[in-house]
Design a protein around this ligand. Structure first.
Ligand code: NAD
Ligand code: UDX
Length: 487
């Protein structure tokens, strides 16, 4: 009997991990992940398991199913034609030019994928919208797919809520090693799976049931929500906006703390212990990063503007504005703290990823901090345990428009945090990597120029101990160190 065939278009942060999970949990299904990038596919197929993305546990997961019932391939047409169900997990970044530039999601890759499916498919397909897309995209895609008239397509919306990095990734991915323990299994299950469909169309409802069955292999049925397709598309944008809003709220409060002497961690704890509010996502920082938050809020803003809901658009837009303000404010603290000039001063950047336990730098706040410091002619020494040097140089080259030669004169990247701190005027923590908490600060203090400054953009360093060693310390939303040249 023919095995059920799934194809996923897009072998990125979402396509690779989610399809690996389906292949692992459903050994009776063959899953083929395709992409237009030969480098990505080669990397997913790498014999040494040197995958294109770093996620704790992902390598083990992929290696346990790769070439069993999980395949990575460049053969798009073949995979589409063979598939019963096609996930589309291509990137949907913010549009950079044209109508809606800087706000709307760019759906070019989505539409290209849909046109490819329409051109190739000769048998009925279930097409699953996995990418984050604006509301009513499924409707537009249905028009593209059905225009060919060659076969029947059922369109489902199934937004992905996976977060990158250890804590959340473990929750979602690592049933692999621990699936027998009930407590751990609870921890590792996704909060919910959302499937949107056209509830008035019996074929779509049938397709939805097929997808529900697939997820039911490891997700409790009561956590699989089914809604109409527009609710599903909108929920994804709203979920990310709510999460980002909490971060912007606590970051706004961090500025009040610095102006009054209150302590942001104490305030966050006191507020978060109210069960209605909750403690998660109240960690003050240099601002949120990552490929999703800003893009999805802007997409929601654009939707509101298109609907003439100007006040609502403005409300959501302020989440992003506050985030920009937080990054700017942090850099001003560094410059003012260092006696109003950083020209020619060596500054150590600890962490470049947008959060810990990932090598992803998309929209990382570190990029904006570095850009501004380079604009002020600082000399940067950068250390991140997981981000490749080439990625850091590419990000900084892109945002500063400095050519590689100029960049090399201003930026050095180190594989060792102590070397990165040598002869530095200031440490600047941009990512909350755990290893930064354990550094030998006595050793670092001896290596640094004096006065030695530490600007902790994540409030993870041992501030009191560092102060006793002689460091002048700034923490986000912390009472200001009197030795810091700040007001
Ligand atoms: P990504 O850039 O890592 O991966 C997208 C992949 O699609 C790339 O490898 C690209 O080469 C491929 N691609 C683009 N056009 C293609 C085409 N026409 N045919 C075949 N392959 C094509 O992006 P991602 O982070 O995986 O995000 C994918 C979608 O999922 C986005 O809409 C994003 O908003 C959403 N999302 C991402 C996350 C996350 O944590 N990264 C979480 C939830 C949702
Ligand atoms: C996010 C959503 O959490 C996830 O559900 C969605 O599918 C994709 O977008 P991700 O971007 O991987 O996931 O990371 P997340 O943990 O949400 O953090 C986003 C940014 O906010 C990071 O830069 C993080 O450092 C920052 N953040 C998060 C804070 O500054 N403070 C917090 O309290 C929480």
């Amino acid at each position: 009997m023919k095995r059920y065939q799934i194809c996923c278009i897009g072998a990125g942060y979402v396509g690779g991990p989610t399809m690996s999970m389906i292949a692992y949990q459903c050994p009776h299904i063959d899953v083929t992940v395709v992409d237009i990038s030969q480098a990505r596919i080669d990397s997913w197929n790498s014999p040494s398991g040197d995958l294109p993305i770093y996620e704790p546990g992902l390598r083990e997961l992929v290696l346990s199913v790769r070439d069993r019932n999980l395949f990575f391939s460049m053969e798009l047409d073949e995979a589409i034609e063979n598939a019963d169900m096609i996930f589309v997990a291509v990137n949907t970044p913010t549009k950079m030019s044209g109508l809606g530039a800087g706000r709307a999601a760019d759906l070019t890759r989505w539409e290209l994928s849909a046109r490819r499916i329409a051109a190739v498919a000769t048998t009925p397909k279930i097409v699953v919208e996995k990418s984050t897309v604006p509301i009513r995209t499924a409707e537009a895609i249905a028009s593209v797919l059905t225009a060919s008239g060659r076969t029947h397509f059922s369109i489902l919306s199934n937004p992905e809520f996976l977060a990158e990095g250890l804590e959340q990734a473990l929750k979602y991915l690592l049933c692999v090693h621990f699936c027998k323990g009930t407590a751990i299994q609870d921890l590792q299950n996704p909060d919910r799976v959302l499937i949107g469909t056209n509830t008035e169309d019996p074929c779509s409802v049938e397709a939805m049931n097929v997808l529900v069955d697939i997820y039911s292999h490891w997700v409790p049925r009561n956590r699989i929500l089914t809604t109409n397709v527009w609710s599903s598309e909108l929920s994804k944008l709203v979920a990310n906006s709510c999460l980002a809003q909490r971060v912007s709220t606590i970051n706004a409060v961090s500025e009040i703390c610095e102006a009054t002497g209150a302590d942001i961690d104490e305030v966050a704890n006191a507020v978060g212990l109210d069960k209605r509010i909750g403690v998660k996502f109240l960690k003050a920082s240099i601002g949120f990063g990552g490929s999703c938050f800003q893009k999805d809020i802007l997409s929601l803003v654009y939707l509101c503007e298109s609907l003439g809901l100007d006040e609502v658009a403005e409300y959501f837009y302020w989440i992003v504005k506050l985030n920009d303000h937080q990054k700017e404010r942090f850099v001003f603290r560094i410059i003012h703290g260092l006696f109003n000039t950083v020209t020619g001063k060596r500054i150590t950047i600890l962490g470049f990823a947008f959060k810990k336990d990932t090598g992803d730098t998309r929209e990382s706040s570190a990029i904006e901090v570095c850009r501004r410091l380079l604009h002020e002619n600082a000399i940067l020494s950068i250390y991140d345990p997981k981000v490749q040097s080439s990625q850091i140089l590419s990000d900084l080259g892109h945002c500063t428009r400095l050519d590689p030669l100029e960049l090399n004169q201003h930026v050095s990247i180190y594989a060792d945090p102590y070397e990165a701190c040598n002869q530095s005027h200031a440490l600047v923590v941009c990512t909350e990597w755990d290893l930064f908490k354990e550094l030998d600060f006595e050793r670092i203090y001896c290596q640094m120029e004096k006065p030695a400054f530490a600007f902790d953009g994540r409030n993870i360093l041992p501030h009191e101990r560092m102060k006793s060693l002689g460091f002048v310390v700034y923490g986000i939303g912390k009472p200001l160190d009197k030795r810091l040249n700040l007001v």
